[in-house]
Design a protein around this ligand. Sequence first.
Ligand SMILES: *[C@@H]1O[C@H](CO)[C@@H](O)[C@H](O)[C@H]1NC(C)=O
Ligand SMILES: *[C@@H]1O[C@H](CO)[C@@H](O)[C@H](O)[C@H]1NC(C)=O
Ligand SMILES: *[C@@H]1O[C@H](CO)[C@@H](O)[C@H](O)[C@H]1NC(C)=O
Length: 494
Amino acid sequence: MFDLVIHNGHIITASDVLPPSVYIGVKNGVIQTMTTEILQGKKVIDAQGALITPGGIDSHVHLDQDNAPTGDNFESGSRSAVAGGNTTILPFAIQPKGEYDFQKVVDDYHKRASVGSYCDYGFHLIVSDPTTESLQQLSQMIAKEGITSIKVYTTYPRYKLNDSQLLELLLETRKLEMTTMIHAENSDVIDFINGKLQEKKMTGTYYHSVSRPLEAEDEASYRVISLAKVIDVPILIVHMSSETALSHVESAQRNLVPIYAETCPQYLFLTSDYLKQGCCHHKGHGEDPFEGAKYVCSPPLRQSQSELDGVWRSIQNGTVTVFSSDHAPSQYDNPKGKKLGLVDGLPHYKQIPNGLPGIETRLPLLFCYGVETGRITPQKFVELCSTNPAKIYGLSDRKGTIGIGYDADFTIWYPKGEMKEFILDNEMLHHDIDYSPFEGMKFTNWPRYTILRGQVAWDRDNGGVVNKLGDGNYLKRGPSTLAGPMKEINPILA
Ligand SMILES: *[C@@H]1O[C@H](CO)[C@@H](O)[C@H](O)[C@H]1NC(C)=O
Ligand SMILES: *[C@@H]1O[C@H](CO)[C@@H](O)[C@H](O)[C@H]1NC(C)=O
Ligand SMILES: *[C@@H]1O[C@H](CO)[C@@H](O)[C@H](O)[C@H]1NC(C)=O
């Protein structure tokens, strides 16, 4: 007798589509067997011919950060995650400049997460002040906290590292086999354009996208790839928004240099037109002159549909490694949220908190517009949303695929054409944010069930979020298994 039996669906992994005759038997939260023999369970889910994918791993989310006081906390963020099919999220613990005790930083985030989480979670560490003293503590983060990935920035005064700091840090992460995530935009280009826009009093929301041109991302992406090659260490460039920047990744990959790329739904579905007033299909769009603030994120939304098509192509052709939400929301109608950018009734794009909500819509968007339209295979979907995030962030011994011995984490969809199509309205979502950038879009499918370690966490037709706050566990992670074999290090650097 199993705790849970799932049957009559196509089990999808990054390589295979199994026939609906396969039964999954779950005991103690783990997949115990997969067989064509009929299994009995205390709970049985008939997938009715639909696709069964591994639970989503959203490897790039921002929760309970000081710089976004109106954003989601662990409770609302993780609730929204399970309602969108995610069973694992990786938010950030941030080192403020001048704080050299990483343990203190991480303890503080454990405290923030102690309200409880509906899904499993781990932390990446954002390093903003890499002194010799602080870097020496990274090995302790790995051993004690299972934190095996860090994120750094080439932009934003409060986080930015210069090239020599990046090189020192990469040398250390190479030694420790940590995954390094990099936000790549040239901050001098951005500062320069900001200055020119300010002189001309061009401060409307749309100028946010003007201030951060494609070239700023192209240059910084090429540069960080070069720095990684000097140290011979794998890196992952986060939230890549443009085809030219992605072409640098592709050419590195073609030369067997282990450079990885992440992209996000906003770079597939939204152009910078959304930053203007009166654009687009969204409910109410056109009445509020400040509405463009809802779409302020960095890198910014790009100018044209052909840019979006380029990012789709690099998903299809294998350049993109992981698909995350970069869920980094602020409430819109809140003086401490996006409205910080409305000063005496006038828009000031530079004061608008950056970031969009997207933790709940990530999987459904790629599923509806990628898998159901035939743009990508279901296997590719699984690879981008579950398997590769598990591999690159040290969870591939437990999560990211459907196989015997793995955590019983699943997203079960509706059989194609069986769900009543709907137009997304923010009211349907489970975050604590008063809008979604994807409102007004049509959805042809949605996770019907999300299952976390054998427990139903989300049952769309019977109760919605049905697991308890606190059912999610903190995950200590191992090293990345996606990093390719490295050459001998240059003896000068050893
Ligand atoms: C990079 O930043 C560090 C720390 O602030 C500083 O000591 C160093 O001089 C900077 N290097 C360059 C090339 O600007
Ligand atoms: C894949 O996509 C990237 C980025 O769009 C592009 O630069 C590259 O030429 C494409 N590669 C192949 C083999 O199609
Ligand atoms: C999982 O998280 C991703 C990233 O936030 C999000 O885009 C996606 O909609 C979510 N998927 C599910 C099924 O929750």
